[in-house]
Each structure stands twice: as C-alpha cells, then as structure tokens.
Design a protein around this ligand. Structure first.
Ligand SMILES: Cc1cc2nc3c(=O)[nH]c(=O)nc-3n(C[C@H](O)[C@H](O)[C@H](O)COP(=O)(O)OP(=O)(O)OC[C@H]3O[C@@H](n4cnc5c(N)ncnc54)[C@H](O)[C@@H]3O)c2cc1C
Length: 175
C-alpha cells in the first residue's frame, strides 16, 4: 500500500517511512516495488498528474539491449514485469512483445549489428542475425532489396507509457 498525492490538493501526512518525489514511471515503479516488498507508509508526491513529465513523451519502445549488463538486466526484468502487471493490477499496460528489427544497408553497419548481436548473447538476450528475406518476412511492408541483413531481438516490445505508470499506482493507492 502506498499513497499518491497529486496537485497537492490533499493534506499531506505528517510522517512517512519513504517519500518519493515524482510520479513518472520511475517514481511509480519504486513505490510499487516497495509496496510489493511489504513496505507500508510510502508516500509518492506528484506536482501535476501521474506520468505528466518525460514519461508522457515516451514512444513506449522497450529495447532490452543496453550499453551495460546491469541496465540490460533491468530492462529484461521490466519486460517480464510488464507481461504480468495487468493480471496483478487489473489495468492494461499496452505491453506487446512484438520484437525489434535493426537493419543494415552497408557492410560497416552490418559489422556493427554483428557486434551488437555478440554483446546481446553475452548478456543473455535472445538475438538472431538474419538475412534480408527473413527480415522481410518479419515486417512485410519493408523494402528489403537494398538490405545486407538485420538483427532480430524477439524479446523486445512496446508499451503505453501512461498506462504503464498508472498500473502500478492503481488499486493499491489513495489519490
Ligand atoms: C520524446 C521522448 C521519447 C522517448 N521514448 C522512449 C522510449 O520509446 N522508450 C524508453 O524506454 N524511453 C523513452 N524515453 C525516455 C523516457 O521517457 C524517460 O526515461 C522516462 O520517462 C523517465 O521517467 P522518470 O519517472 O524518471 O521521469 P518523469 O516522467 O519526468 O517523472 C518525473 C515526475 O516528477 C514530477 N516532479 C518533478 N519535480 C517535482 C516536485 N518538486 N514535486 C513533485 N513532483 C515533481 C514531474 O511532474 C514528473 O511527473 C523518451 C523520452 C522522450 C523525451
């Protein structure tokens, strides 16, 4: 259980074990995980509305592969969480594991993508180096006659950032 205060229109409590400032995806996620871990008396303060900040602008692309292994692990955890958040909270998140394609039209770009694939495998992220025909089968509207190849990450996906922020703050909150 955690309490959300938006617009500061509600009297604030005089005491809280944890006060989180900012109701974007990060603040709501921190509050959600604290509540899941059994922390009570958690307060989240938002000056506007939940997800009204940078989160509102996000396209919602969820790419697992990051520059560092730790952040890659974090995003992999996020994709697993997004898949179960709707069942947990009753609110849709728009999560769809549609995968992602990165394409190469030059030899240099292809070399870069192969390096990307090697890093992905080292981090434990499912990743395939594929040819233009396979890429075209995955996304048929794409022109492929000028491609040398592509990298396919089947675990990537997309979500609705606003819904994703509301879901963890939903039934467990007082607004
Ligand atoms: C155009 C664009 C596209 C993007 N696309 C993607 C994408 O496709 N995939 C992806 O993973 N990331 C994307 N991002 C990045 C992503 O949006 C951010 O990393 C993420 O939203 C940051 O979340 P946050 O909770 O840290 O910040 P915010 O969402 O900005 O939340 C901070 C909150 O704190 C509140 N606040 C600030 N000060 C106070 C205060 N003093 N008191 C009370 N409340 C306060 C603000 O009102 C705000 O709601 C994109 C970003 C942009 C700009």
């Amino acid at each position: 259980m955690f309490n959300v205060f938006q617009h500061m229109s509600t009297p604030l409590p005089t005491h809280a074990r944890v006060v989180i400032v900012g109701g974007g995806i990060i603040g709501c996620s921190v509050a959600y995980h604290l509540a899941k871990s059994g922390w009570t008396d958690v307060v989240l303060l938002e000056q506007g509305q939940l997800s009204c900040g940078t989160t509102w602008h996000a396209a919602g692309l969820v790419g697992q592969l990051r520059a560092q292994e730790s952040t890659t692990k974090l995003i992999r955890y996020s994709t697993a969480l997004y898949a179960e958040l709707e069942a947990d909270t009753g609110l849709a998140t728009g999560w769809k594991q549609c995968g992602s394609l990165s394409v190469a039209r030059t030899a240099e770009r292809m070399t870069q993508l192969k390096r990307t694939a090697a890093v992905a495998r080292a981090y434990g992220v499912a990743c395939d180096v594929i040819g233009p025909r396979e890429a075209g089968e995955l996304w048929p509207v794409m022109r492929t006659d000028d491609l040398l190849g592509a990298v396919w990450l089947p675990g990537d996906g997309k979500a609705n950032p606003t819904d994703l922020t509301q879901a963890p703050a939903s039934s467990k909150t007082r607004v």
